[in-house]
Each structure stands twice: as structure tokens, then as C-alpha cells.
Design a protein around this ligand. Sequence first.
Ligand code: NAD
Length: 256
Amino acid sequence: MLKGKTALVTGSTSGIGLGIAKALAQQGANIVLNGFGDAKGPQSEIESLGVASAYHGADMSKPAEIEDMMKFAASKFGRVDVLVNNAGIQHVAKVEDFPVEKWDAVIAINLTSAFHTTRLAIPAMREANWGRVINIASAHGLVASAQKSAYVAAKHGIVGLTKAVALETATTGLTCNAICPGWVLTPLVQKQIDDRAAREGISVAQAQIDLLGEKQPSLQFTTVDQLGGLAVFLCSAAADQVRGVAWQVDGGWTAQ
Ligand code: NAD
């Protein structure tokens, strides 16, 4: 379905981003990976699916590096057809104790980076009259939790950005949508489970059960494969008129 097209996925050296990159590669898209840590492993996983890949290590909190990454992607593959804004971090603290530099980092990486990639990707998508912008928001883009003020603000913000971009591009072949996962067992969430186990003096297994029980009625984690499947659907012709949605994949979290 995506043969000959190029997908750039931010924060795709692990977790959800890597899962979505693989799902898009399985549909034939060439992939531009981004994120910290080892990129060789993820790149060879992508290339084993029979597509080309490239990696750019831009720090999503730095606009100049984001610009450089977008130029790099265009120089490698011509243009970005599918942009997945996925890079994200978390910090947990009460608002009055929230470190100012952590607030700035969460907003920069989880929200402002998507503004930069989107503004830079859209002109070529308009020219081709086809494109997909997929923003990885969260259940926290729709509802809040205590101690996550920066994350909740950034995720609500990216849902708003999604709607505004969808309206600006509504008459074109370019769509913009958000995916709102509930708990997914990635390094980002494993850290919260480990912190909870240490804080409450319980086992990691118990902390995992408690974490799910608090928010996610299905009591099961959302998987990266499920999110990859939804991203593929959003790239399909069946989704041509899906515009500006914030699509929950949260085991019932936000239905409560
Ligand atoms: P993860 O920690 O496994 O992956 C995050 C990725 O972002 C990594 O590749 C990391 O290197 C990259 N990254 C972090 N800071 C970066 C920076 N400054 N510049 C470039 N890359 C950077 O996390 P994940 O759980 O896969 O999260 C991915 C996205 O999904 C995030 O936006 C997160 O908020 C969202 N999300 C996750 C969950 C969950 O339960 N795991 C739920 C809802 C939404």
C-alpha cells in the first residue's frame, strides 16, 4: 500500500515509534528513523522488511536539529509522505514541585517538535496532494491524571494542533489525525511501574496490575502492533475522510 512512499517517525529507536515504523515498512514505505540510543538494531529490523531506511539523531527539543532532519529526509528520499510525530518523554511531579526545565522539555519534545516537523513537511505534501500526519497523543490528550501537568498539557495541545492542521488541509489529499493510546508496556511506562513498586514497597508484577486497574478497564496493555495497525489504516484510502480525530486505543480508559 505504501510502496515508493517515505515515512518519518520521530522517536522510533524504541517502543511505539519503532512498532509504527515496522508496520509502515511492512506496507512498503521507506523509513526515516529518529531517536536516541542505538539505531543500528532498529535500522536492520526495518531493512529486513525489504525497504530502505535512514537515521537522523535530531534532538526533538531543538528546532534547528529538526529542520536539519527534515532536509536530510527530503535529500534521501525526495519528500516525507507520512509524518508520525511520536517522540515523547514523561515527568511525574506535583505542579508546585515541577522542575521548570522538565516542564520546558516535556512541552518542547511532546508538542512543539510536532509543530516544527508538520510545518516543514506540509508544503511537499500539498504539492503531491497526498500526505498523512499522525500525531501520537495519549489518553492524556483527552483526560488528565494528577502529577502529570506538563504531559497532559502537551498531549491536550497536540490534539488541538491535530484539529487545526486537519481543518487547514481539509480540501486536500493530506490528512492529520491523532492516536490516543492508553497504557502500552514500553520503556516509558516500565519506568513508572518500577518507580511505583519502589515507592510502595510492592513487587513489579503487583505494580503493573495496580497501574492497569487504576485506569484501563480492559486490564490489558495496548500493544505496539495494535497502534501500528491503526497507523496503517490512517494511511489507507479508506481513511481519506478521517480528519482531525483523536482516536482512543485505551482499553476503555476514556469511556469512564
Ligand atoms: P519510549 O521511551 O519507548 O520511546 C520514546 C522515543 O522517543 C525513543 O525512541 C526516544 O529515544 C525518543 N526520544 C525521547 N526524547 C527525544 C528527543 N529529545 N529527541 C528525539 N527523540 C527522543 O516511549 P513510548 O512509550 O514508545 O512513547 C512514544 C510516544 O507514545 C510518546 O509520545 C508517548 O507520550 C506516547 N504514549 C505512550 C504511552 C505508553 O503507555 N507507553 C501511552 C500513550 C502515549
